[in-house]
Design a protein around this ligand. Structure first.
Ligand SMILES: Cc1cc2nc3c(=O)[nH]c(=O)nc-3n(C[C@H](O)[C@H](O)[C@H](O)COP(=O)(O)OP(=O)(O)OC[C@H]3O[C@@H](n4cnc5c(N)ncnc54)[C@H](O)[C@@H]3O)c2cc1C
Length: 264
């Protein structure tokens, strides 16, 4: 079996205080928020599925972010920590000094609520990325599977793939209005799947499409969506398709309240 050596890179964790410089809607449920400021200097994101920690105002309306101490995260005494969530650094423009992050407006939670109300000039706090996963570039095929939360990473994967690379992409979104252009030089086949009213945690559109996929040669499989679904698709690949563990990267990008514990 060919090894296909993927790499994990570590980066020093940097916390940054920035400002919202642009807000625009890519689709009815996907809002791009562009942030900038002097502290963005030196930002680096090494791979498409990198993530940053984004901090949101605590119940007192304050941004209370952590410092990484010898014993892990430390917060100022007497302050309620800010909620934090994982987001994909979608587009970093070093020359312009801006970073775009695409937020799914799913309707609940500190991140989605903040994004729905965000305006130019708002404060923004983030940390990371602290690491990057760089898949081997010698697979015959790259299969990317995800829901709308994975779209920013999928957009990056496709945007960064060289000409001629074979990719198959399955994307599940709420409805046809959620499609967005995904420019690429790769030899990519992209299938959009629409839930059209079905709850994302109940949908099986990705699973059924995965079942129907025929991929020739050695493939790298990247999966990111609701936690239980992501785990089930990994199990399917390992159990029914005998895909080696190390050729699959599956992540729960969000967790439905009734989902059991996640892996990866
Ligand atoms: C590595 C990584 C990268 C990610 N990148 C992005 C990104 O670039 N853009 C992006 O939008 N998201 C991204 N996500 C997903 C995002 O972190 C989660 O959706 C997060 O839960 C949103 O936080 P919240 O405060 O809005 O909701 P939470 O407070 O976490 O949850 C509130 C409620 O909303 C539900 N919920 C959470 N997310 C969703 C959803 N997408 N659809 C339906 N219900 C949901 C929960 O089950 C819960 O009931 C990423 C996640 C990971 C792990």
């Amino acid at each position: 079996m060919t090894q296909h050596e993927s790499r994990r890179l570590q980066h020093p964790v940097v916390f940054r205080r920035l400002q919202v410089v642009e807000v625009h809607d890519l689709t009815p449920l996907m809002r791009r928020i562009v942030v900038g400021g002097p502290e963005l200097e030196g930002f680096h994101s090494g791979a498409p599925d990198d993530h940053i920690k984004v901090f949101f105002p605590n119940p007192d309306g304050e941004y209370v972010t952590m410092k990484l101490g010898a014993n892990g995260p430390e917060y100022p005494a007497g302050k309620t920590p800010s909620p934090m969530r994982d987001y994909t650094p979608r587009l970093f423009d070093a020359a312009a000094g801006t970073l775009a992050i695409d937020f799914v407006l799913h309707g609940d939670g500190p991140a989605s609520t903040w994004a729905a109300q965000a305006k130019v000039g708002d404060a923004f706090a983030m940390g990371g990325p602290r690491g990057s996963f760089v898949p081997a570039d010698d697979f015959d095929h790259y299969v990317l599977i995800g829901d709308e939360t994975a779209l920013p990473a999928i957009g990056r994967w496709l945007g960064e793939m060289p000409a001629g690379r074979k990719a198959t992409v399955l994307i599940e979104v709420a409805n046809a209005a959620e499609q967005q252009p995904l420019p690429t030089q790769a030899d990519a086949s992209v299938t959009w799947l629409f839930r059209d009213g079905l709850a994302p945690e109940k949908s099986e559109l990705l699973e059924n499409a995965l079942d129907d996929l025929e991929i020739a040669g050695d493939a790298f499989w990247w999966i990111a969506c609701e936690s239980r679904r992501s785990r089930m698709m990994r199990k399917f690949l390992e159990g029914h398709r005998a895909v080696p563990k190390q050729w699959i990267r599956s992540t729960g990008y969000w967790k439905h309240d009734e989902s059991v514990e996640d892996e990866d």
